[in-house]
Design a protein around this ligand. Structure first.
Ligand code: CA2
Length: 143
């Protein structure tokens, strides 16, 4: 079975270290562990990068060999047409996740460009959002 890519954008490697009132105290490593525990049979490639180029290259890799994508593009959500273009090329389901409720934030955080390519968008569920996205993805893949 083809893997599911769980991709994380800039600064999320620092999750759990600041702004706990917005992002909580869970680290990205803990989120990875809970994603893997959801379904040990699911092949998950869980990655984080601070580089827009690398994130786009991972989407290209996903086009060639992934069944689905869960992506938290972090700040690239609001800035990267290049990431949107790459995701538009992906033929399978894409779930965009934001740990915080971006719509409760400043207007700068309200408009995710990436959402145009997403099958579904989850915001404000905290780390649970990744699990909700994986469950939704599994449902889609099972038809
Ligand atoms: O809520 C999310 O998951 C976000 O995608 C996180 C992004 C933010 O720009 C989005 O608006 C919403 C970036 C998170 C910044 O990284 C942190 C690192 C350490 C501690 C807290 C946040």
């Amino acid at each position: 079975m083809r893997p599911v890519f769980v991709l994380n954008g800039p600064n999320l490697n620092r999750l759990g270290t600041r702004e706990p009132e917005i992002y909580g105290t869970t680290t990205l490593a803990q989120i990875e562990t809970s994603c893997r525990a959801l379904d040990p049979a699911l092949a998950i490639e869980f990655r984080q990068t601070n580089s827009e180029t690398e994130l786009i290259e991972w989407v290209h890799e996903a086009i060639d060999r992934a069944a689905g994508i869960v992506i938290n593009p972090a700040a690239f959500s609001f800035t990267s047409l290049a990431l949107l273009d790459a995701l538009k090329m992906f033929p399978g389901p894409i779930f965009e996740v934001h740990i915080s409720n971006i719509h409760r934030r400043e207007p700068l955080y309200h408009k995710s460009l990436v959402s145009q390519a997403a099958t579904g968008v989850i915001a404000g569920l905290g780390p649970e959002g990744y699990l909700a996205a994986l469950r939704a993805l599994k449902g889609r893949l099972a038809g």
